[in-house]
Design a protein around this ligand. Structure first.
Ligand SMILES: Nc1ncnc2c1ncn2[C@@H]1O[C@H](COP(=O)(O)OP(=O)(O)OP(=O)(O)O)[C@@H](O)[C@H]1O
Length: 203
C-alpha cells in the first residue's frame, strides 16, 4: 500500500508515536542555516531552558514528493536512534504559525564539524581529534546496530555540541532489511565522500 508521507505523520502524532509540541513553547528564533527542506532556526524552548534547532518542512507547490519523503524518513529513523550521545537528540515535531511541520532537534552550539575544525584547528590536540573520530565511530556503530546506514556522512552532517560530535541529517539514510539489501544500486550523497567502489560498480 502506498504511504502518503504527510498523512503518515499526522497519524503517528494522533496515535502518540511522535511527540507533538505547541509552537508557542518556542521563542527567540534565529536563522542558523538552510538545508534541503528549508530554513533551520535556533529557538529557546520555554519550560526546559534548552536551545533547540527547528528544521522546517516548507510545503509549497514547488516541493517535490522526494523532499517530503526524505523529511519523514529522517523523522522515522531519528525516533529509533536519537537517544545515543553521538547522535543528535530528537524531541518531536511542532507546527509553526504558517502551518509547516518542523522537526525539533537538539541545538549544537559549535556548529558543523567542518566549522568546528576551521575555528579550532590550532587549538585542537591529537588527543581531541582522536576522541572526536572515536565518538563518530560510536555513533555509526549504534546506527549499524539498528540496521541503519547513513549514506550521506560528511563533515557538514556531523554537528558539534560542547565539543562532542553528533551525527545528523538522516534524510537519505536507510533501514536495511533483507529485501533492500539486494535491490538498491542508486548512489546517494555528496560526491567527494562517496566510496570509490560505488562509482566503479556503476561504470
Ligand atoms: N541541530 C542543529 N544545531 C545547530 N545547527 C544546525 C542544526 N541542524 C542544522 N544546523 C545548521 O543548519 C544547516 C542546514 O542543516 P540541514 O541539516 O537542514 O541541511 P544540510 O545538511 O545542509 O542539507 P540537506 O538537508 O539538504 O542535506 C547545517 O549546515 C547547520 O549549519
Amino acid at each position: 500500500m502506498t504511504e502518503i508521507p504527510e498523512e503518515w505523520l499526522e497519524k503517528a502524532i494522533l496515535d502518540g508515536h511522535i511527540n507533538f509540541l505547541d509552537y508557542n513553547k518556542f521563542t527567540e528564533p534565529v536563522v542558523i542555516g538552510v538545508g534541503g527542506f528549508g530554513k533551520v532556526f535556533k529557538y529557546e524552548w520555554k519550560d526546559t531552558e534548552l536551545s533547540v534547532a527547528l528544521k522546517c518542512l516548507r510545503v509549497d507547490k514547488n516541493i517535490d514528493d522526494k523532499t517530503i519523503k526524505n523529511f519523514i524518513n529522517e523523522l522515522k529513523l531519528l525516533r529509533k536512534v536519537s537517544n545515543h550521545q553521538n547522535i543528535i537528540a530528537f524531541y518531536g515535531v511542532t507546527k509553526d504559525d504558517s502551518g509547516y511541520y518542523n522537526l525539533i532537534l537538539q541545538y549544537a552550539d559549535n556548529g558543523t564539524l567542518r566549522e568546528y575544525l576551521e575555528a579550532n584547528i590550532i587549538k585542537l590536540q591529537w588527543a581531541d581529534k582522536l576522541r572526536i573520530a572515536k565518538e563518530i565511530g560510536l555513533g555509526l556503530l549504534f546506527l549499524h546496530d539498528h540496521n541503519i546506514i547513513h549514506r550521506d556522512l560528511h563533515s557538514k552532517n556531523i554537528l558539534i555540541h560542547q565539543g562532542i560530535p553528533k551525527l545528523t541529517d538522516f534524510g537519505l539514510s536507510k533501514q536495511i532489511n533483507e529485501t533492500s539489501m539486494t535491490s538498491n544500486s542508486i548512489i546517494h550523497g555528496m560526491p567527494a565522500y562517496i566510496e570509490p567502489q560505488c562509482l566503479i560498480k556503476q561504470g
